[in-house]
Design a protein around this ligand. Structure first.
Ligand code: ATP
Ligand code: MG
Length: 144
C-alpha cells in the first residue's frame, strides 16, 4: 500500500476496521500522522490500528501525558498533541521515540509541528463527508 484511493466509511465501526487493515502495513520504526478536525475520527482509527497490532487494552486519548504506550506484536506509541501550540518547546517530549526503530508512533495533531515531519512517514487524512456519520479517508505514504 503506497497510497490508496480515498475510502468512504459510513460509521465508526468501518473507520476502525480500516485502521485495523491499515495496520498490516506497519512495522517498528514507522511514523503515522492521523490528520483531521476535532471529532473527525482520528482516535477511532487508532483503536483499529491497535486492534490490528493485537493490543487488547482500550485506547483512550493520551490528553495530559501526550503519549500512551501499548504492547502488541510491536510497541505502539499513541501521541495526541492537541494541547500543544506550534511555538511550544518540545524538548521535554520523548521525540526521539519517533526516530527509533523499536516502536510504531501514531500521532494526532502532529502535522502542526515541523520538527515532527520526519520522512518516510504515513499520513492518514480523515475528512467529514456529506452525512454526519460519513468520513472520507485518504492514506498516503510520504517517501524520504
Ligand atoms: N464514519 C465515522 N468514523 C469515525 N467516527 C465517526 C464516524 N461517524 C461518526 N463518528 C463519531 O465521531 C467521533 C470521532 O471521535 P474521535 O475521538 O475518534 O475523534 P478525533 O478525531 O480523535 O477527535 P479529537 O480531535 O478530539 O481527538 C466519535 O464519537 C464517533 O462515534
Ligand atoms: Mg482523538
Amino acid at each position: 500500500m503506497k497510497s490508496d484511493l480515498p475510502k468512504i466509511t459510513r460509521n465508526p465501526a468501518e473507520t476502525q476496521e480500516l485502521g485495523n487493515r491499515f495496520s498490516e502495513n506497519l512495522s517498528a520504526g514507522d511514523v503515522v500522522f492521523i490528520i483531521g478536525e476535532l471529532g473527525a475520527g482520528k482516535t477511532v482509527f487508532v483503536k483499529g490500528i491497535a486492534a490490528g497490532l493485537g493490543i487488547r487494552e482500550n485506547i483512550t486519548s493520551p490528553s495530559f501525558n501526550l503519549v500512551k504506550t501499548y504492547q502488541g506484536r510491536c510497541t505502539l506509541n499513541h501521541y495526541d498533541f492537541y494541547r500543544l501550540n506550534p511555538g511550544d518547546d518540545l524538548s521535554e517530549l520523548n521525540v526521539e521515540a519517533l526516530q527509533d526503530d523499536d516502536s510504531i508512533c501514531v500521532i494526532e495533531w502532529g502535522e502542526r509541528f515541523a520538527i515532527l515531519h520526519t520522512t518516510p512517514r504515513w499520513e492518514v487524512r480523515i475528512k467529514y463527508s456529506d452525512s454526519d456519520i460519513e468520513r472520507l479517508i485518504e492514506i498516503e505514504r510520504i517517501a524520504g
